[in-house]
Each structure stands twice: as C-alpha cells, then as structure tokens.
Design a protein around this ligand. Structure first.
Ligand code: CUA
Length: 218
C-alpha cells in the first residue's frame, strides 16, 4: 500500500461508526449538555433580575466631546484641590459624578463619602478602556466595566468601605495602558472636607446639578 491511499478521498465511505444509532451513553451526555445549555440560557435573564453582580445603571449615548465638557463642568463646580496635576473633586451627596477615561489617564481624582449615594458617570474620550477598582492595601473589588466612547454609563453607587482605591484600566488601550491608573478616595461620612485650594468663587456657579434628574441619556 503506498502512502497516497491513506488519505480520505470522499469517494469511499470513511471508517467509523457515526452513521450507526447513537449509543445510550452518548444520548445521556447529549441530554446533559442540552439541559445545561438551557440552564445557562435561563440564567441570562434571571441573573439580570436577581443577580448581585449586575449594575442598576442607566446608559445613554453621549458625544465624547460633550462628556468631556460635562466632566470639566463637574470639576469646575466641586474641585477641592490638586494632586500631581490632576484635579481632586469632592461632589456633594446625591450628585452626578463624572469620570472620564482617555489615553492614558482617568480624570478627575474623586473624594467620595461612605454610605452616601452618587450617580457615577463613566465614559471614554478616545478608545475603549476598562474600569476596575483595587483598594490600596486591600483586595480587588468586584467592579469591572467596559468604558466605551460615545456611551455614558451612569452607575448608582454607594461606597461601603472607606479607603484609597486605584482605578485600573483593564482593556488594552495603547502603549501606556499599564500606566493608566486613576484614584478614588472614600472618606468616613464625618471626616472633614478638604479645604479649598483654589478660589472657589470663580467656578462654583457652573454646577451641573440642574440636569441630574434627567439621568444618563444626555
Ligand atoms: Cu485605558 Cu488601558
């Protein structure tokens, strides 16, 4: 027999048993796999309604330039300081809080209060980024979001643990992706506010609070 005869030509029936009736064990395995598919399929809507991991956020389209403008308005309204050239912002309770992702930074630095609710708006200026939270000297938090330019992700959040957190980009976004680290500080509700380092009178009037009732679709 020469080597060429070892190849299947399609003109002859291949050796095998696949055309014979399925063995009982094969039927059982197929049944298990099918049932599991159905369970996972049902989990999608169930998890959305009952699961603990899904954000009860609001989403809307937004022009990246406009989101940047809102972020700057937000910074101007509530800035309390500066850190390494980044504005530090402490919004009031219930405020719409803006954080923008861009190559390769997160803006601004946020100071939030434990037990206070906020709507955290996340979006990107340029490309896809990923938002994940790691507590400094602590564990990674179970927070993970795609930050997509053109979409405003409004997350209703209540910080439950004081401390300093790093915002890590977990979506590869270019040469400095690894250096894209932001910062959120969660303070005790009674901790004193940071004194204003800037002249607050110049920008305080530009508070974007007026449009907070309309949600994220702006
Ligand atoms: Cu932004 Cu990686």
């Amino acid at each position: 027999m020469n080597d060429i005869e070892l190849f299947h030509t399609g003109l002859e029936s291949p050796k095998g048993v696949w055309w014979k009736p399925a063995h009982k064990a094969e039927k059982v395995w197929f049944g298990i796999a099918f049932a599991w598919c159905m369970i996972l399929f049902a989990m999608m809507p169930l998890w959305h309604l009952k699961g603990q991991q899904n954000p009860s956020g609001i989403r809307g389209r937004v022009d990246p330039g406009r989101f940047m403008a809102r972020t700057q308005e937000f910074i101007a309204a509530y800035q309390v300081g500066e850190e390494n050239g980044y504005p530090v912002v402490e919004p009031p309770a219930g405020a719409d809080v803006y954080m923008i992702a861009m190559m390769w930074r997160w803006m601004p630095v946020l100071r939030l209060r434990e037990g206070v609710s906020y709507t955290l708006h996340l979006s990107a200026l340029d490309v896809n980024h990923g938002f994940s939270l790691i507590q400094v000297n602590g564990n990674a938090q179970n927070v993970n979001f795609q930050i997509v330019p053109g979409y405003d992700y409004g997350l209703r959040i209540v910080p439950t643990k004081t401390g300093e957190y790093r915002v890590i980009c977990n979506e590869f976004c270019g040469i400095n992706h690894h250096a894209m680290v932001g910062k959120i500080v969660v303070l005790d509700a009674t901790a004193p506010a940071m004194p204003f380092l800037k002249d607050s009178t110049a920008t305080a009037a530009a508070a974007p609070a007026a449009d907070s009732a309309k949600g994220g679709a702006r």
